[in-house]
Design a protein around this ligand. Structure first.
Ligand SMILES: *[C@@H]1O[C@H](CO)[C@@H](O)[C@H](O)[C@H]1NC(C)=O
Ligand SMILES: *[C@@H]1O[C@H](CO)[C@@H](O)[C@H](O)[C@H]1NC(C)=O
Ligand SMILES: *[C@@H]1O[C@H](CO)[C@@H](O)[C@H](O)[C@H]1NC(C)=O
Ligand SMILES: *[C@@H]1O[C@H](CO)[C@@H](O)[C@H](O)[C@H]1NC(C)=O
Ligand SMILES: *[C@@H]1O[C@H](CO)[C@@H](O)[C@H](O)[C@H]1NC(C)=O
Length: 512
């Protein structure tokens, strides 16, 4: 027993476990120390510590003397600890420090004299209101700088000119009103300035950002897409601005741009997007588009044009989009959907048409569809010819339409249907509707049926589970030779009726 104990002590020592780990800290074998609820940086942190993580503490001030022992420190993370100030030169001598994260504190400035070894600096959620050139002097290895959610009001090239290796810069949620260029960051790949107060980006801003791939100016006050965007861009986010027009001519040099996000602007038309030949994702939700964009890029895989004012969908709109997989046209005012309008989209798997003004299911939809959402239209019936090609269809949502009767043949043609949403329709609960229920259940389709609107004596009954209707239709069901099944299964059916949710958006997208 004793021997065994000695063995474990030896073992743990040999893996660097320090039995003198400071209180409220845990020290593990990889020279990593984690501490919670401290009131100061503890003395007695092993000098071999490489990673020190402190959170949810009350450490108002950091001092140089707190770190003099930690000559091997590589990562220091101080989170949510109310830190207001850092003594000058506190980190200066930590010549192996690579990562410094001081999140969710109350710092008003960037700590001074950071060591040249630093690669990652995260100062998100503080009260830093200005950046100085001297803050980043000598940080030639810094790759990642995050200053999200601070109070910075302007950005000029000189502030960041030392950061010759910077790859990622995040300045979201500050008060930045103006930026100047050129920002000389030749290796910058990722720049995000979401949720600031930018009205204008000068053309010179980008001239020295020749590696930029991801750029976001979402949630600002921009009225134009900046000109002179770097050719290297792959993704541009301009959501929630004040764009009224997009001049694709000014963007045609962006040969690799694959993702463009323009939702929640004031766009009333889009023309010329085909100039972005490699675009695969285009988001235009929540604008004021009355027609589908003319001439869309041929490689498009996802188009989101939901929440606009589109009235009609024609074959011409989609004739070149052979790669389209996801099309979101929901929450428009589409009343005309040309038969076969999407026939050329031979990859389309997801079509969202909910909340429009359709009176029937569009004809000749692509056979590749896996999900079709038609909730909240004015569809009155389901016909076999509308659905017969949809051999891949797994989810069909017809909730909240005006359907009163089901043509069984129309649903029998869907071999892969797993989820069928039919509630919110004014069902006429005849015995033949009940027979449709039997067939769907036998096929293993999960059906949400909803309530009967007619005949009068069955109003409000749930047609998927009402015992009353079942009893009344028993004779009818006997004649169809389904009676055995009906009798075997009353229990679980009743059970499921309890769980039927009438106001029920929540399960719409739970499956893919
Ligand atoms: C660490 O800094 C605090 C002030 O925040 C000071 O009171 C404490 O003595 C310092 N500890 C060491 C070990 O220097
Ligand atoms: C700390 O450094 C700043 C600038 O680097 C300087 O203005 C300030 O006087 C210094 N404070 C002390 C206490 O030395
Ligand atoms: C576009 O992408 C290709 C392939 O990744 C790359 O070789 C090319 O340099 C990129 N073009 C620009 C302008 O960055
Ligand atoms: C599309 O991107 C490829 C590289 O990914 C590039 O070679 C090609 O030139 C681009 N096409 C156009 C039309 O810009
Ligand atoms: C319900 O269906 C029956 C039988 O087809 C029909 O006679 C009746 O008029 C329908 N009721 C309504 C409200 O549509």
């Amino acid at each position: 027993m004793c021997l065994l104990y000695a063995f474990f002590v030896l073992l743990s020592l040999s893996y660097g476990f320090d039995p003198n780990c400071p209180g409220r800290c845990s020290c593990d074998s990889e020279q990593s120390v984690q501490c919670y609820r401290l009131t100061e940086v503890p003395s007695g942190i092993p000098s071999t510590t490489k990673k020190l993580y402190v959170s949810h503490s009350k450490i108002q001030h950091l001092q140089l003397s707190n770190f003099t022992q930690m000559s091997a420190l590589e990562d220091f993370i101080l989170l949510a600890s109310g830190t207001e100030s850092v003594e000058n030169d506190t980190f200066k001598t930590l010549s192996t420090l690579k990562t410094l994260e001081l999140w969710k504190n109350k710092l008003r400035r960037v700590p001074s004299a950071l060591p040249a070894s630093l690669e990652v600096l995260k100062l998100n959620d503080n009260s830093i209101y200005v950046l100085h050139r001297s803050d980043f002097e000598g940080l030639k290895k810094l790759k990642i700088l995050e200053l999200k959610n601070n109070l910075i009001s302007s950005l000029s090239p000189s502030m960041l000119s030392s950061l010759v290796s910077l790859q990622s810069l995040v300045l979201d949620s500050n008060n930045i009103e103006s930026v100047n260029g050129p920002l000389a960051l030749p290796h910058l790949k990722y720049l995000s300035m979401e949720n600031n107060k930018l009205h204008l980006i000068p053309a010179s801003f980008f001239t020295s950002l020749q590696s930029l791939q991801f750029l976001s100016f979402s949630s600002n006050f921009l009225t134009k897409i900046p000109i002179n965007l770097p050719k290297s861009l792959l993704s541009l986010k301009m959501e929630r601005n004040r764009l009224k027009v997009v001049r694709f001519r000014d963007m045609k040099h962006l040969e690799n741009l694959s993702h463009l996000y323009l939702s929640e602007n004031s766009l009333s038309s889009i023309d010329g997007a085909q100039l972005l030949a490699n675009l695969t994702t285009l988001e235009l939700s929540q604008n004021q588009l009355q027609t589908l964009p003319l001439r869309l890029p041929a490689r498009l895989q996802k188009l989101d044009i939901s929440n606009n004012l589109i009235q009609k969908v024609t074959a011409q709109d989609f004739q070149d989009l052979r790669d389209l997989k996801h099309l979101f046209l929901d929450n428009n005012i589409v009343s005309l959907f040309e038969a076969g309008a999407l026939q050329r989209c031979s990859q389309l798997s997801n079509l969202a048409l909910e909340q429009n003004l359709l009176l029937s299911i569009p004809l000749r939809l692509p056979a590749t569809l896996a999900r079709l959402d038609l909730k909240g239209n004015a569809i009155q019936d389901i016909a076999e010819r509308e659905l017969k090609d949809l051999k891949q269809l797994q989810v069909l949502n017809l909730r909240n339409n005006k359907i009163s009767a089901l043509d069984l043949k129309a649903l029998e043609v869907l071999p892969r249907l797993r989820h069928l949403y039919l509630d919110g329709n004014p069902w006429n609960c005849t015995c033949s509707l009940l027979r449709a229920r039997e067939v769907l259940k036998a096929k293993g389709t999960d059906v949400r049926g909803g309530q009967c609107a007619a005949p009068a004596e069955r109003q409000g009954e749930s047609w998927m589970s009402s015992k009353k209707i079942m009893r009344q239709c028993e004779h009818h069901l006997h004649l169809t030779e389904k009676s055995k099944e009906t009798k075997k299964k009353p229990k679980p059916e009743e059970h499921s009726s309890i769980r039927i949710n009438v106001d029920d958006d929540y399960y719409d997208y739970e499956i893919d």
